[in-house]
Design a protein around this ligand. Structure first.
Ligand SMILES: [Zn+2]
Length: 293
């Protein structure tokens, strides 16, 4: 029996390998036979009807989210792979599979240390700034919440983001910079009543007093900030938040963090069999359905 493979017709798992079939764009693929209803099929690993094979697509996604621009990924493909792919196709793959994997990731429950560090990064898209809100859990380096806002920082945005940050469990504290919108947003979000005071400790790192930025998580944020440069060319507002999300997936699920030597999702006790090509593994996990041929 093949693990994790379901028959597309009867949804049974009594499935065995049965030869291979050529496909138009993705080479030779394994065929399966359902021993219950006798249907034969090729498993849909999330690359059904794509014009490129999964190795190339996942390499493109990994390279782009590793901070290579879509044009540089295209140039790399021209030098190393047989068929060409435009830089627009590469962005399309990144968006398509980020949405797919994110939907799956939303169902997972990370185990966090509860020491939260929050930051807002301004993203210059030419016409004024967008703000990217981000919260990192110190013990795992897992980014558990992000928000993309097409305007400067406001109390309302900070409050909305605080709520998203604690949606899956209350932390021990949240540290922020000395942004003037934070104290009000904390009050709005966490005051249960006046006698009890704040239910979550708000630690403020005042750069002007300490001479230090949010040092503990500097490595995480500087990496994310490095990667927003390619966004300046993105005219479409809808595209930027999806690609930001992909950068976060790359951080949480694909790359080992330099200090801990572990993938944040591992430290957060999320157990996934994603294999060596982790984007491929994540897409496969997110596409549990199979389709017949
Ligand atoms: Zn069947």
């Amino acid at each position: 029996m093949e693990a994790n493979i379901r028959c597309p017709k009867c949804k049974g798992t009594n499935v065995v390998k049965r030869g291979t079939s050529p496909t138009q764009n993705r080479g030779v693929q394994q065929r399966h036979l359902c021993k219950d209803c006798h249907k034969t099929f090729i498993q849909d690993c999330g690359f059904w009807k794509m014009k490129n094979n999964e190795a190339k697509i996942t390499a493109g996604i990994d390279l782009y989210f590793s901070n290579l621009s879509s044009r540089k990924v295209r140039n790399h493909f021209r030098r190393h792979w047989q068929h060409n792919a435009s830089h627009v196709s590469i962005l399309d793959w990144c968006r398509k599979y980020t949405l797919k994997v994110q939907k799956f990731v939303n169902t997972l429950q990370p185990q966090l240390s509860g020491l939260f560090y929050m930051d807002e990064t301004e993203i210059d898209r030419g016409k004024g700034n967008d703000v990217f809100w981000c919260n990192v859990d110190w013990g795992t380096r897992y980014i558990n919440a992000t928000m993309y806002s097409p305007r400067n920082q406001t109390v309302e945005d900070a409050a909305t983001f605080l709520k998203a940050t604690v949606a899956k469990g209350l932390p021990k504290y949240i540290q922020t910079d000395a942004g003037i919108f934070y104290p009000q947003a904390f009050q709005k979000t966490f005051y249960s009543n006046k006698a009890q005071g704040l239910t979550i400790e708000h630690r403020i790192n005042n750069y002007h007093k300490t001479g230090r930025h949010n040092v503990r998580i500097e490595t995480v944020f500087s990496k994310i900030k490095d990667r927003v440069d390619d966004f300046r060319g993105l005219k479409a507002l809808w595209s930027a938040p999806i690609l930001m999300q992909g950068i976060i997936l790359q951080h949480n699920f694909i790359e080992q963090h330099t200090t801990t030597g572990k993938i944040p999702a591992e430290l957060a006790e999320i157990k996934l069999e994603a294999g060596q090509n982790r984007w491929f593994g994540m897409i496969k996990l997110a596409s549990s359905e199979t389709k017949g041929l």
